[in-house]
Design a protein. Structure first.
Length: 258
């Protein structure tokens, strides 16, 4: 039932996103002039929460717009009702709904649905990662210099050593292609599908990465923080790769690669 509820929620939210992407909707601003939320983010969240609550009224929920709905449960649903809101608000079809499920602090299932591209990614711990029902795998690339990477930038710029622009310019100066799609959940799924060899970002929240990081692991990749430690979605740094370029990409990020 857990998996069918997950699929039902991700499908319903995906349908809503697709119906409303080119329409009219109200917009509010969160912290910072470009961190916005649309009425569709909120409608998607309400729809997902209704579906979960119907089947699992006592499960814990963490969702981007509403925050934490604390319950005494070993299950926690982690929801991004629209990942890639700026894209959504501009009619750019690179946005999705992302839902992860944790049991006793371990991510056990995830779904990421981008209905505009008709791409439904689903993963379950120890069972693999799937795109529209077909198993996916990370790429075989072994060197960062020959990789195709993807990253994202936070809404509020982080002026820190080895910050987003430092790492970006380090890679770009060497001619390494680094894309920026604007949806961390899609970035992670595209690493899982072998389209990108690696993804890194400096400031994510748990709802951005919950489903996607399990997707990468289950597709044979590695996900860590910037120090190479086991990944937790409750800290900001992420490096997710095919595994083969992982240690080298960590060195590019910390500027110890030469
Ligand atoms: C954002 C996207 C973006 C990433 C930002 C996130 P949102 O999520 O995932 O790719 O660079 O850090 O906040 O705001 O569109 O849900
Ligand atoms: Ca997000
Ligand atoms: Ca969001």
């Amino acid at each position: 039932m857990l998996k069918s509820t997950l699929i039902k929620a991700a499908e319903a939210a995906g349908k809503l996103i697709q119906e409303r992407i080119n329409g009219k909707f109200s917009i509010e601003f969160k912290d910072g002039p470009n961190n916005l939320v649309t009425e569709v983010d909120k409608a998607s969240e309400a729809l997902i929460m209704d579906i979960i609550r119907k089947d699992f009224p006592d499960h814990y929920i963490l969702s981007e717009e509403i925050g934490e709905v604390k319950m005494d449960s070993s299950y926690k649903w982690i929801i991004d009702p629209i990942d890639g809101t700026i894209n959504f608000a501009n009619g750019i079809p690179l946005c999705c709904v992302s839902i992860g499920i944790e049991k006793d602090g371990v991510m056990i299932m995830g779904a990421v649905n981008n209905p505009m591209l008709n791409e439904f990614f689903l993963t379950e711990k120890s069972q693999g990662a799937f795109l529209n029902g077909h198993r996916i795998q990370v790429s075989e690339q072994k060197q960062v210099k020959h990789s195709c990477l993807v990253t994202g930038f936070p809404y509020t710029y982080l002026d820190v050593p080895n910050g987003p622009l430092d790492v970006f310019s380090r890679l770009i100066r060497e001619g390494v292609p680094v894309r920026r799609l604007g949806s961390a959940a899609i970035d992670l799924c595209w690493v899982a599908a072998g389209r990108f060899d690696g993804f890194y970002e400096h400031k994510l929240n748990a709802w951005d990465s919950a489903a996607g990081f399990l997707m990468v692991q289950e597709a044979g990749g590695i996900v860590t923080d910037f120090k190479g430690h086991e990944y937790s979605p409750y800290q900001p740094h992420i490096v997710a790769t095919n595994g083969k370029i992982h240690d080298e990409l960590l060195r590019w990020i910390s500027n110890t690669h030469q």
